[in-house]
Structure formats: C-alpha cells, structure tokens
Design a protein around this ligand. Structure first.
Ligand code: HEC
Length: 155
C-alpha cells in the first residue's frame, strides 16, 4: 500500500469513527440537549405570557407587543425540530418529552410548523391593531402549543 492510499484508508476510518461518535451521546450531551430545548420552551412561554394577560384583561391590549412577541415565537418555533435532533431516550433525564417524539419525528415537526404558521398569522393580525382578530389569533396559537403538548409532553 503506498503512502497515499494508506492515508486515504485512515481518513475513511477516521470519518467512520467520528460518525459513530456523533450518534452515541454521552450522558452530558443528552442532558445539555434537554436543557437547550427546555430553554426554547421557557422563552416561548415568556413571550406568550403578556398576551395571555391581555386576553384576561390583566394588562392593557397592546398590538405592538403582540406583533413583536409573535415574531419571536415564530423564530423560536423554527428551532424546535433542530432542538430534538438528539434522541435522548433512555438517559433517565429530567424531561417532560415523551419517547414517542423520536418515533414520530415527522409529525412532531409538523406540529412545530403549525406553531410557526399560527405565530405568523398572529403577527399579521397584530398589524391591523384590532383587538378581536388579534384575540382569535392568540387563541389559535395557544391551540398549536396545546396540540403538541397533548401528543408529546407528559403532564
Ligand atoms: C412541536 C411540539 C411543541 C410545541 C409546538 C410547543 N411545545 Fe411546549 N413542550 C414540548 C415538549 C416536548 C416539552 C417537554 C420538553 C422537555 O422537558 O424536554 C415542552 C415543554 C414546555 C414547557 C416547559 C419548559 C420547562 O422545562 O420548563 C413550557 C412552559 C412550554 N412547553 C410552553 C410552550 C408554549 C407557550 C408553546 C406555544 C407558544 C409551546 N410550548 C409549543 C412540545 C411543544
């Protein structure tokens, strides 16, 4: 074997080893993955809270805040599928994520897309400044959160 082909062989072995390592998570990587996705949901709730307060008449209706937060939710929603790329089943983590997510990752992704679509519609509704359509669109967005929780989150 000449020097070049043995170099090539080593490269192939190196790639195979790193591919195997990429799939097998350490406990720490699994915990980090869970913490990252939980941070996304905390930020989603943080952006949702003022809207819930407006619907309950606990704070004044403010279409600008709704539009800004709806845009943030659309951005955060796009991160959900990426945040679940790491399959953390079987690590005994502190998590409300159901194992079913990784067996239905396509459907899970569609539920994330539904949230992004609802958030975009809410942003458009907020541009009108009218309370009634904005309230309806907030409700629809909340349902997109709930639909995914019903299927893929434990209580
Ligand atoms: C595509 C599915 C999906 C969508 C859409 C979704 N969630 Fe979740 N949510 C989950 C899953 C799964 C968990 C559990 C994550 C974990 O514990 O690892 C979760 C956890 C949470 C948590 C708990 C976070 C923590 O650990 O403290 C909150 C709060 C939350 N979601 C709020 C929301 C809100 C608000 C929306 C809509 C704006 C939303 N979620 C949309 C799937 C979803």
């Amino acid at each position: 074997m000449n020097r070049f082909s043995s170099f090539g062989l080593l490269t192939v072995i190196g790639l195979a080893v790193s591919a195997a390592l990429a799939q097998e998570l350490t406990q720490e990587q699994a915990r980090n993955a869970a913490e990252t996705r939980q941070s996304i949901f905390k930020l989603l709730a943080w952006n949702m809270d003022p809207m819930a307060g407006m619907l309950r008449n606990e704070r004044p209706f403010d279409a600008d805040v709704v539009g800004r937060n709806a845009e943030r939710i659309a951005q955060l929603g796009q991160m959900i599928p990426d945040a679940f790329e790491r399959d953390t089943r079987g690590f005994g983590l502190e998590t409300q994520a159901r194992d079913a997510i990784w067996g239905n990752i396509g459907d899970f992704g569609q539920k994330a897309e539904a949230l992004v679509a609802a958030a975009s519609q809410l942003r458009s509704a907020a541009e009108t400044g009218d309370r009634a359509p904005v309230a309806r669109a907030i409700g629809a967005m909340g349902q997109a959160c709930g639909a995914c929780h019903d299927a893929y989150r434990t209580d």
